[in-house]
Design a protein around this ligand. Structure first.
Ligand SMILES: C[S@@+](CC[C@H](N)C(=O)[O-])C[C@H]1O[C@@H](n2cnc3c(N)ncnc32)[C@H](O)[C@@H]1O
Length: 280
């Protein structure tokens, strides 16, 4: 896509994204993926110019659903923001497991916007490699959701290219994956622990309360503030007292608007429901 095309795409996105309650700011750095999809869609509809697609949208409001679909950013990788994962494995998770064990219940974790499974499987690797050796009786319920059925199919298949594995500690990588030609596939014990569901977070959320919720690089990044606040309020209702919420490194949580969630570690983008102290 040349610079003229890119400019047209930027103008189009600045116009279109607010109409589907998305924020242009979140897309600025990653818009290439979306621009290519929209260009392909224009060709499918035999529309040569961006202006033509705008007019088409005005005449065919059902097409906004296609725009909504095309505006999903799907980039992910294992152990993204690795320092946060290490803090989780070394400090937070042992406390959570200890408390859950004392109440004879499972630890419940939800990864929202799980893409092709990189995030939930980072969790299962951490669980098997770090938690089970110290807490062999610990039990886990891991729910992963995404709006995109194609990504969920890939998540269930659990095979990846080497690029997305780079941040996994070498020793864990060797245990968790086997090589299949040029891809790396997750061994069964690591992927049978996650349950995947197709859900649009704007409309539904999994049942029950959670100890940990990952909502990274989705709501705060791409949704406009009013929509994001509404979703975070609902997410806070899905968190147990003292539960942790994880956001992406470039995201901001609307603390002023969602009062029962507090900052726990700003640098690592970890938030917490109220302030129950596990060490008390
Ligand atoms: C940028 S990826 C982030 C993946 C992962 N959480 C991470 O941080 O690496 C955003 C994911 O959110 C999903 N998504 C976008 N809109 C959604 C929605 N309304 N409901 C649920 N998932 C959505 C996309 O399909 C994509 O898999």
């Amino acid at each position: 896509m040349d610079s003229e095309e890119r400019k047209c795409c930027d103008d189009f996105l600045r116009w279109a994204l607010p109409k589907i309650n998305m924020r242009w700011k979140g897309f600025r750095k990653v818009r290439g993926q979306v621009c290519k999809r929209i260009k392909r869609r224009q060709r499918e509809l035999c529309l040569e110019h961006w202006e033509g697609y705008r007019n088409y949208l005005q005449d065919n409001p059902e097409e906004w659903e296609v725009v909504d679909h095309m505006a999903r950013i799907t980039i992910s990788r294992f152990f993204r923001d690795r320092k946060t994962w290490m803090e989780l494995g070394n400090k937070l998770l042992p406390q959570i497991v200890h408390k859950a064990n004392a109440c004879k219940r499972s630890v419940r974790c939800w990864t929202a916007g799980c893409a092709s499974g990189e995030e939930p499987y980072s969790f299962t690797i951490l669980w098997r490699e770090k938690i089970l050796p110290a807490f062999p009786d610990a039990s886990l319920e891991l729910v992963a959701t995404d709006a995109d059925s194609y990504l969920l199919k890939r998540a269930r298949h659990a095979c990846y290219n080497s690029g997305s594995l780079k941040e996994i500690p070498r020793e864990w990588q060797e245990k968790a994956f086997y090589r299949d030609d040029s891809t790396y596939c997750l061994n069964e014990p690591y992927h049978k622990m996650a349950d995947f569901y197709q859900q649009d977070i704007r409309e539904e959320m999994p049942e029950g309360e959670f100890d940990l919720i990952f909502c990274k690089n989705l709501v705060a990044m791409y949704f406009e503030k009013k929509l994001a606040v509404g979703i975070f309020r609902k997410i806070s209702e899905k968190m147990r007292q003292g539960a942790f919420l994880f956001l992406g490194s470039h995201e901001e949580f609307p603390l002023d608007e969602v009062r029962n969630i507090k900052e726990f570690d700003r640098k690592l983008q970890i938030y917490r429901k109220d302030t129950t102290d596990y060490s008390e």
